[in-house]
Design a protein. Sequence first.
Length: 125
Amino acid sequence: MTEKEIFVEKMRKRTKKFAVDVIHFCETLKSGKASSVIIYQLVKAATLTRANFRAACIARSKKEFFSKICIVVEEVDESEYWLEVIKEANLSNAKKELDRLLNESSEIIKITSKAKNSTYNSLSH
């Protein structure tokens, strides 16, 4: 396997783990109307992060890859937003897991943003 293939496989696993971990984390949130809406939005964003990363991996062109990786960045950023709302609204007692997920979303944003920017630069030249 090439270095790129190893990296892509690690990110495939990492984005799937993030989605699954978010689903499990949401099961621990305090119940209520606001929590229900937030859980729906967060689970949707976290799972779409993985789904769109998967689609980016099988893109047929650099332009298609760029389109999908842009969506990945948007979805993981939205995931981070909902995690921040959960933290600020004190909807979780699982503080360590919440902080871990916030850190993971931040790292995935950095990695996928770099891929997005690199691809953009290669398309513009």
